[in-house]
Structure formats: structure tokens, C-alpha cells
Write a protein that binds this ligand. Structure first.
Ligand SMILES: *Cc1c(COP(=O)(O)O)cnc(C)c1O
Length: 459
């Protein structure tokens, strides 16, 4: 059929809008987005015809295309997904899932007004920083605490307040790229402080720091946790206590960027020790910062703890206003920290629940999934594997797990089909198989995962 004939057979916008499917869509999503979806789909159809293709022009086929296009326009682009990768703190997948208490706190504080910056005692203006600061201080043994938008902001605030125009000493081993192309030295440069690199990548001694101190110009020694890599072998770094002792002699501050900042002892789960903020405070650091959404298991935030005068000065810095947190973040962070205060973090906080899940439980869950998928005609094996902590915590550290392995002739295509499912499912691809790790799939997601995988993948 000639092109102009084919073009003439495209139904009109009005005719398509009369179809029951689009009438229903207009009820649900409003007229304007449906009309726009019709126009854009018909434009695409005309382009296809002009390119010599022959798209299906029946109203049924077109309304199906229009509704798929409409859904991309009207549904939020940020959507929940099921993480079957076994990577617990997956930065690309939103890091820490929140606890029930944190979600409830967001709901109740977000739904109405709150005393965010209102002192109920005096009836006058209060400070949003009182809310979580004291709890952070209590849990870490610090004099005071403060919360910023994220840990990168926390670091900029610390340095801009206490080292702008001055030198900061940092070991060459601590010049870390944290991910997404962001580098600690670049973030630090934004504070207006001058970096003085000391030592070498693998070995830095206390005398290297001492040699680099120019008393009038130097303000701080900064330690940055090498949170996403590990160097082994011929290595040496001074302890925090040694850095503190040196800093005291020259009147310098010691800052410690812990990255993850686990409040719990990770060795109880068979993992390497992750530095804890309470240890840095006990060892004498003046100011310590860590993320809210890594091993703390809360919302995105940058927690700062330390000596009261150091923290108070940060609160007064103009950048504090630019990096301040929202009420829902404060509510969620407070609720997350209360679980640590109660001593119930492992029971309540999803990332610790995932870390603490025993392997026999993971194996049972994997067996149950595999059983369903086998009934659908897929070969499904339950095999031992490793779950990663991920997200700039405990580099190279894994936990033994059991995964379902689905051998696949087209693993990339099948993984793509799962990413396009509703909800999207992200699995691991290894050799010629898809792997599903129960560790990062929350129990309430299990039924959906099993059903969607069975429906999406060919037998
Ligand atoms: C992750 C990380 C940061 C950045 O923390 P965000 O909360 O993502 O801003 C800074 N420093 C270190 C050492 C980190 O691991």
C-alpha cells in the first residue's frame, strides 16, 4: 500500500478519544494528558510510515500503544523496585530502605504542622537542629550533634566553618572518590580550605603530618575512611589517637569522615570491623561525620557529632541554610535513631535485618521461589553465593547466602524484561544465569517477586 494510503487510514484523534479504553483513561488521569498521549503516539506512527514501516492501525492496537505511552507520562518516574541483587546498600537503588517507625514518623510529621522551628516552652522561634542533635550526641558519646542534607554537605560544612582559608592535612591514602565521579578532594576544595597532601598512598606516618604543619596556616587534620576500597600489604596509617595527640600539640582540630558510620559492631555478623562514630569520639576527634542512609539504615542525611563549640560554630555558618534538612528527614532520622536508643536496631532496621538473616532462612526462601519457577517449567537451582554490603561500606566484605539460579540462553534480554516488569525487578547476571538473592528482598515483596518472575520469563 502506498504511504499516503496508509497515512489516510490513521484514525482521527477524536475517534480514538471515543474508545472505551481512552474514555476510561480520561476519567482516571484527566483529558489533557490523554490527548497529548494520542497526539504523540500518532506522530510516532506517521514517522514510522514515512520510514517505510507499516504499523498496526486498528483502534485496539493504537489504544494499547497510547495507554503505554500515557503511563510513562502520568506515573511518577521514581518508582519502587524489587532488589534481588543481594547488594544491601545499593546507592543506585536508593541505599537504605526505611524502618516502619521511620515511615510512620514521616507520615505523621509530614501530614500536618510540627514544632520544627518552634519552641513549645517559650512559644517563640526554636531551632530545627535541636531535634536530632541531642540524640546523635547521646548515641555517640559526643557533646553535641547536628544534621545536614547528606554526608558530602556535612564535610563541606565542617571544613568551610573550621578551615576556610587555612590548610587541611590529609593522607594521600584518603583522597577517595566516593562514587558517581565525586571526589573528596574536589568536595573539600569547595569549602575554601587548602589541601595539603601528606605521605604516600600506602604508607603515611605521624612524622609526615608533623612535617607538613605550618602553625599559622594549618587548621585541621582530616581523616577520611577509605569506605569503598581496601589497600593491603605494605601499608601504614597513624591511629586516630596518634593524630589527636599531634593535633593537640599544635592547636589543630581533628575531623573524621567515617562515610558509613556504623553504630553497631559489624563483627557480630561475621564482617570486618567498620569504624564507629562512638569510637572516633572516644579517641578524641573534635568532629565526626557520617551518612544517614548507609549502615545507619535511615534517610539520606549527613550526621555531624563532636565538641559543642565546634558544632555550634557550624550551625552559625551561612552554608548551613543551604544544606539544611527537611522535617520529614528529621522525623525519619529521629525514629531510626530511637531504635538504636532502645537497643532494637537489628530487629527494626531493614539493613540490619538483612545483614542478620540466618543462611538457613535464606535457603528456605530460595527453595520456595525455585519450587514455583520449576512448576512453570524453568530449571531453577538453589546454590550458595555471597551477598555484598555495598554502598561505600565494608569494601569487599560479603555474607554467605543462598540464591536461586535460573540458567538462561539470553540472560541480558531476560534481565531487561524483568527491569521492564511492574514492579521492576533487578537481578544479578552471572555467566549464563540470572541469580535472585533473597537477602535483599523484603518478606512482603516475596509473593510479588515470585509471581512477576514467573509471568515475565519464558518457560
Ligand atoms: C559515602 C561517603 C561520603 C558521602 O556521603 P553522602 O551521604 O553520600 O553524601 C563521604 N565520605 C565518605 C568517606 C563516604 O563513604
Amino acid at each position: 500500500m502506498p504511504t499516503h494510503e496508509h497515512l489516510r487510514r490513521i484514525p482521527s484523534v477524536n475517534r480514538l478519544l471515543q474508545t472505551p479504553a481512552l474514555q476510561e483513561a480520561m476519567q482516571a488521569f484527566g483529558r489533557a494528558p490523554v490527548v497529548a498521549a494520542v497526539r504523540e503516539t500518532l506522530d510516532a506512527v506517521r514517522d514510522e510510515i514515512a520510514a517505510g514501516r507499516m504499523p498496526d492501525l486498528t483502534p485496539e492496537a493504537l489504544t494499547t500503544r497510547i495507554i503505554a505511552h500515557l503511563h510513562r507520562r502520568v506515573f511518577p518516574t521514581l518508582r519502587p523496585i524489587i532488589n534481588a541483587t543481594g547488594v544491601i546498600i545499593h546507592t543506585n537503588l536508593g541505599r537504605a530502605p526505611l524502618s516502619q517507625a521511620a515511615l510512620e514518623a514521616i507520615r505523621t510529621v509530614g501530614a500536618g504542622y510540627s514544632n520544627l522551628e518552634y519552641d513549645l516552652e517559650s512559644g517563640r522561634r526554636g531551632s530545627r537542629y535541636t531535634h536530632v542533635g541531642e540524640l546523635l550526641a547521646e548515641l555517640t558519646g559526643a557533646e553535641a550533634g547536628l544534621v545536614a542534607n547528606n554526608n558530602a554537605a556535612a564535610l563541606v560544612l565542617i571544613l568551610a566553618t573550621h578551615a576556610a582559608g587555612h590548610d587541611i592535612l590529609i593522607s594521600r591514602a584518603h583522597l577517595v572518590e566516593i562514587g558517581g565521579g565525586f571526589r573528596i578532594p574536589d568536595i573539600m576544595a569547595q569549602s575554601g580550605a587548602r589541601l595539603r597532601e601528606v605521605g604516600t598512598t600506602n604508607r603515611t606516618y605521624i612524622r609526615d603530618y608533623e612535617a607538613a604543619i605550618t602553625p599559622e596556616q594549618c587548621a585541621m587534620i582530616l581523616r577520611v575512611h577509605t569506605s569503598n576500597f581496601r589497600i593491603e600489604g605494605f601499608v601504614h596509617q597513624p591511629t586516630l589517637k596518634e593524630l589527636v595527640a599531634l593535633a593537640r600539640r599544635y592547636g589543630l582540630l581533628v575531623g573524621d569522615d567515617l562515610g558509613s558510620g556504623a553504630l553497631l559492631d559489624t563483627t557480630q555478623f561475621g564482617l570486618a570491623p567498620e569504624p564507629r562514630p562512638q569510637e572516633s569520639i572516644a579517641d578524641g576527634a573534635d568532629v565526626v561525620c557520617f551518612s544517614g542512609d548507609k549502615l545507619l539504615g535511615g534517610p539520606q542525611a549527613g550526621c555531624i557529632v563532636g565538641r559543642r563549640e565546634v558544632i555550634d560554630a557550624i550551625k552559625r555558618h551561612p552554608l548551613m541554610r543551604a544544606f539544611r534538612v527537611d522535617k520529614t528527614t528529621l522525623a525519619a532520622l529521629d525514629a531510626t535513631l530511637r531504635a538504636y536508643q532502645r537497643g532494637t536496631a537489628v530487629e527494626e532496621i531493614p539493613i540490619w535485618q538483612m545483614i542478620a538473616t540466618p543462611t538457613d532462612v535464606l535457603r528456605q526462601r530460595a527453595e520456595a521461589w525455585a519450587g514455583v519457577w520449576r512448576q512453570k517449567g524453568r530449571q531453577a537451582d538453589v546454590v550458595p553465593s555471597q551477598s555484598a554490603i555495598g554502598g561505600g561500606s565494608l569494601p569487599g566484605q560479603t555474607l554467605p547466602t543462598w540464591v536461586v539460579r535460573l540458567p538462561s540462553a539470553h540472560p541480558q534480554q531476560e534481565a531487561a524484561a524483568l527491569r521492564h516488569a511492574t514492579p521492576p525487578i533487578v537481578a544479578r547476571i552471572e555467566d549464563d544465569s540470572l541469580l535472585f538473592d533473597p537477602r535483599t528482598v523484603r518478606p512482603e515483596e516475596e509473593q510479588t517477586l515470585v509471581r512477576v518472575v514467573a509471568a515475565t520469563l519464558e518457560p
